[in-house]
Design a protein around this ligand. Structure first.
Ligand SMILES: Nc1ncnc2c1ncn2[C@@H]1O[C@H](COP(=O)(O)OP(=O)(O)OP(=O)(O)O)[C@@H](O)[C@H]1O
Length: 316
């Protein structure tokens, strides 16, 4: 039986790349007489609401949901799916059109959107992968959700916060130059983010650190648009990988960052970089910290994050 599809398209993803790519994908779908519906997102977080409504009125029934956008679009869609009572492991497809595309790297989905679509249409089986689950219990109203890539407090979350509020980014986005501003934000975040105390607990151990700077838990090797933060992380091992980097002076931090970017990724050998691999983790800090998940801002507050693994079916 021919598969049917429901496309969630964020045309603004990748500084508009998804919008310019969609007509090519639609043309291919029409050529191949594929049965599909398309829903475009109109504002940040719209994917979440869309999915919830489409599930409620049974529009999704019998269709594979395919996300066209970046990691944030996938994140919002996955969370819309998970927060609906009847999600029942509906498989997700993903066509990478964002600026970072870390999930596509981690899951080895073709970078070229048309190639990724062709592979998806030909896929014979679903692939079950780990996704992370977080619960922040320190907030008045406990906040929870899923992440495909990573969840972080400290430096990376400050970068997300600064880039969301950056007027320069919004201006450059109009000219498809949004990613240029990331370099400026990276430098700014280094000076804005102070060191903070944090306690990490796994099934077997508890460790406290006084001067954490970046605390990121990842589901696969990549974060921040291709930075191989934990080269050995896997989306099928049922485990999460936490990396903690302590605050360093600017020059050593820059060197460490360069090591992170370049193979063989020797940053993990330094004593200021701590690693934990576990099925369950908690991260607590009494200080107010920005939190990011898959590049989406989750606000700023004291942290008591419980992390675990769930499974999600994908088609690609
Ligand atoms: N029409 C829209 N206008 C503005 N934002 C939108 C729209 N539709 C979806 N979004 C939001 O865009 C955000 C970023 O999407 P995504 O991460 O997929 O793209 P990206 O290009 O990787 O993003 P970024 O430029 O932030 O790296 C998500 O939070 C999503 O909810």
């Amino acid at each position: 039986m021919e598969r049917k599809y429901l496309f969630i398209v964020n045309k603004t993803a990748g500084s508009g790349r998804a919008g310019t790519t969609w007509p090519t994908l639609a043309e291919y779908l029409n050529q191949k007489n594929i049965d599909y519906l398309i829903y475009e997102t109109n504002y940040p977080g719209h994917e979440y609401q869309l999915i919830q409504n489409l599930l409620k009125n049974n529009t999704v029934e019998g269709r594979t949901i395919v996300v066209v956008g970046g990691d944030g679009t996938l994140h919002q869609t996955l969370n819309g799916l998970h927060d609906a009572p009847q999600h029942e492991m509906i498989p997700l497809g993903y066509i990478p059109c964002g600026s970072g595309n870390d999930f596509a790297r981690g899951a080895k989905i073709a970078k070229n959107p048309l190639k990724a679509l062709k592979n998806l249409l030909q896929a014979k089986k679903v692939t079950t992968l780990d996704v992370g689950f977080y619960r922040n219990t320190l907030q008045q109203q406990a906040d929870d959700g899923s992440f495909t890539n990573n969840i972080g407090i400290g430096f990376d979350a400050t970068i997300v916060d600064l880039s969301n509020s950056s007027r320069l980014k919004k201006f450059l986005n109009k000219y498809h130059l949004g990613s240029l501003v990331y370099v400026i934000i990276l430098f700014k975040a280094y000076f804005v983010q102070p060191p903070f105390p944090v306690t990490i607990t796994t099934e077997n151990e508890t460790h406290s650190f006084k001067r954490a700077f970046l605390v990121t838990t990842t589901n696969h090797p990549f974060f921040g648009g291709g930075v191989s933060i934990v080269p050995t992380a896997s989306m099928t091992d049922g485990k999460l990988d936490l990396v903690l980097i302590e605050k360093l002076p600017a020059f050593p931090f820059l060197l460490l960052f360069i090591l992170m970017l370049l193979p063989p990724h020797l940053h993990t050998k330094f004593s200021c970089v701590k690693q934990f691999r576990a099925e369950k983790l908690t991260i607590s800090s009494p200080t107010k910290q920005h939190i990011q998940a898959d590049g989406e801002a989750l606000g700023a507050h004291p942290v008591e994050l419980s992390l675990s693994i769930e499974k999600q079916d994908f088609i690609f």
